[in-house]
Ligand binder design. Structure first.
Ligand SMILES: [Fe+2]
Length: 249
């Protein structure tokens, strides 16, 4: 049987090469954390956090799930390498398959893929800054990226958008569990309850056998909708395009 941490990297490599995660072995069960228990009760819904101003205003040509390598570059982005994975679930725990998961975050110097970003002059050209992944039959997604860093006014975070059938259905921001900046962060402080706050805080753990200090993070996203609602066919429009950008084509 595969060592779980080993398998995360193997699966990631496979998913980068393949078109989706269909080849994932069934033995791998991401999200065995707080949301992974087979509870009869409903799971805690992941707290909504707004999209913010830095969704890429021009998407990169490379949009795969490896944010550390742009196109065929041989130089990797600067930052702490993180294997980020999880599942998209309904509140009853059913996997949401074919969910279009987008992430975007600033590079190690605080610059986004956005013309209005601060620190653009110091941008890490090797950091993709944005990635997308279509969940498999078990609702799973995976990315390789960097551990997020703070920029002026914000605690470290990774933005998430989830779309189904071409319609954005959920947006949030994932924070580093117990990071000292969280308690001072204006958006985080808008979440009033502990379950809400816990739902977006994720541990970044060292991968035990990694010689280069790689990390893993697991973030399950629990939507307040059922798979049936998400598959009801009433949604149309662009692939994951936020409403405010759709008019620009
Ligand atoms: Fe941000």
């Amino acid at each position: 049987m595969l060592n779980r941490r080993e398998s995360i990297r193997q699966i990631f490599k496979r998913s980068v090469v393949g078109s989706s995660a269909l080849a994932l072995p069934t033995m791998w069960l991401p999200g065995s954390g707080q949301n992974g228990n087979a509870l009869a009760d409903e799971l805690v819904k992941t707290a909504h956090v707004g999209e913010g101003p830095f969704y890429p205003d021009k998407l990169p040509l490379d949009t795969d799930n490896d944010l550390l390598i742009v196109n065929e570059s041989i130089t990797r982005a600067v930052g702490e390498i993180t294997y980020l994975s999880g599942r998209v679930l309904s509140r009853s725990g059913s996997p949401v398959r074919n969910a279009f998961v987008e992430i975007w975050q600033c590079d190690s110097s605080g610059a986004y893929i956005h013309s209005g970003s601060a620190n653009r002059e110091n941008k890490d050209v090797n950091f993709q800054g944005y990635g997308r992944f279509l969940t498999d039959s078990k609702g799973r997604y995976s990315f390789r990226t960097i551990k997020p860093v703070a920029y002026p006014g914000r605690t470290p975070h990774i933005h998430f958008g989830v779309s189904k059938n071409g319609k954005r259905v959920f947006t949030t921001q994932m924070l580093i569990k117990d990071h000292p900046g969280n308690a001072k962060d204006g958006l985080f402080r808008q979440l009033r309850t502990k379950p809400e706050r816990d739902s977006i805080q994720v541990a970044f753990d060292p991968i035990k056998d990694s010689k280069i200090g790689e990390l893993e993070a697991n973030f399950d996203i629990v939507l307040g909708m059922t798979p049936a609602e998400l598959d009801n066919g009433t949604f149309g429009g662009g692939l994951g395009t936020p409403d405010r950008l759709r008019s620009r084509g």
